[in-house]
Design a protein around this ligand. Structure first.
Ligand code: SF4
Ligand code: SF4
Ligand code: SF4
Length: 347
């Protein structure tokens, strides 16, 4: 139950080349964990379009994490930056049969909201014909140096020895939000009615019964891999430590996250004559380096080389792992079917 835990670490890898942006993971998490009081606008899992401003808006500009081993002061974005839970004015459009009024969202104040989770979906960046986007899944990263844990004066946040999962003890939490200020990814939500910090719990009650997280099982793109980092035969170890194609997000934040990303392979850019310019990619390498650190160049080169090998009729362990033809292979030791386990009483 310490920050400096020496036990095993559960970790995940998300393959950005396979994500459809369907938000099935988001809905799976929402349905399972955030239906309660004060959780209306909580998205413990969110998939944002990149380049984009994220959820909450400009999430990574609010400080937190560490620089040169020292904590970076952070702020907690106000509710309007996360996007409150809003409705659509169905009654006006459908009940009154006035089809001239376009359906639009209505906030709690009766006005049209100006921001919400994943507000800039599919906008992306770049100039036509070299415009581009990709999807980025975000959950709590169960960091090895969890800034949230260190910032809590109530020692209400702990890192489990057995699997490295970072949890908030809601009995101890007094809702000060220092943790939320300190998390550089802004993955901690504030439950105002309960005055408690709440976040992704890595589906630990499922993991304890050998069941993979809901967001992993519900992903139709087979994007999400989970296992213990030290399982040398497992996908995570192979992708992170052997093939080195799965990288931490914003390693400069200094918290050593335990969610890793396979960076997106970019199409070749067009030149001004509409011909392929083999010297340039549509997704600028500088942007990917900013997101995933300097290891991204080598990771992309490895991915391209292994993909070419398979395209030429060869075999590749890396491509087999990333494709995961057998669904269970994504889930490491957590392959139990949730339909087969006994339901725990709620409360
Ligand atoms: Fe804490 Fe944020 Fe890291 Fe999760 S992602 S362990 S909330 S610092
Ligand atoms: Fe939600 Fe579980 Fe996925 Fe965390 S691991 S985002 S709690 S479904
Ligand atoms: Fe859909 Fe999977 Fe991407 Fe989530 S990670 S948006 S479930 S494809």
């Amino acid at each position: 139950m310490t920050k400096n835990h020496t036990g095993r670490q559960v970790a995940m890898v998300f393959d950005l080349n396979k994500c459809l942006g369907c938000q099935s993971c988001t809905v799976a998490c929402k349905t399972l964990w955030t239906q309660g009081e004060g959780m209306e606008a909580m998205w413990w899992n969110i998939v944002n379009t990149m380049p984009g401003r994220g959820t909450p808006r400009d999430a990574w500009s609010h400080g937190g994490g560490y620089k040169d081993g020292k904590p970076v002061p952070g702020t907690f974005p106000p509710l309007r930056e996360w996007g409150e839970a809003w409705d659509l004015h169905h009654e006006e459009v459908f009940a009154e049969h006035d089809m001239t009024i376009p359906l639009h969202p209505v906030g709690a104040d009766g006005k049209s909201p100006e921001w919400g989770p994943n507000w800039d979906e599919d906008q992306g960046g770049g100039e036509y014909p070299n415009s581009y986007f990709f999807y980025l899944q975000q959950i709590c990263m169960n960091c090895t140096e969890p800034a949230c844990l260190e910032a809590c004066p109530r020692t209400a946040i702990y890192k489990r020895e057995e699997d490295g999962i970072v949890l908030v003890d809601e009995e101890r939490c007094h809702g000060y939000r220092f943790c939320a200020e300190a998390c550089p990814y802004k993955r901690i939500y504030f439950n105002a009615p309960l005055a408690r910090a709440q976040k992704c719990i890595s589906c630990y009650p499922r993991l304890e019964q050998g069941v993979a997280p809901a967001c992993v099982r519900q992903c139709p793109g087979r994007v999400r891999h989970i296992d213990y980092l030290d399982n040398e035969d497992g996908h995570i170890h192979k992708l992170v430590n052997e093939w080195k194609v799965a990288l931490p997000l914003r390693p400069d934040f200094g918290v050593k996250p335990n969610v890793y990303y396979v960076p997106p392979i970019s199409p070749t850019a067009f030149d001004e004559n509409g011909e392929f310019d083999e010297t340039r990619n549509r997704i600028p390498l500088e942007y990917l380096r900013e997101l995933f650190g300097p290891g991204v160049d080598a990771a992309l080169a490895t991915l391209q080389a292994e993909r070419a090998k398979v395209a030429a009729g060869g075999e590749s362990e890396l491509m087999d792992i990333l494709i995961s033809r057998k669904w269970d292979d994504l889930m490491g030791p957590f392959t139990v079917n949730p339909a087969t386990i006994e339901r725990q009483p709620v409360g």
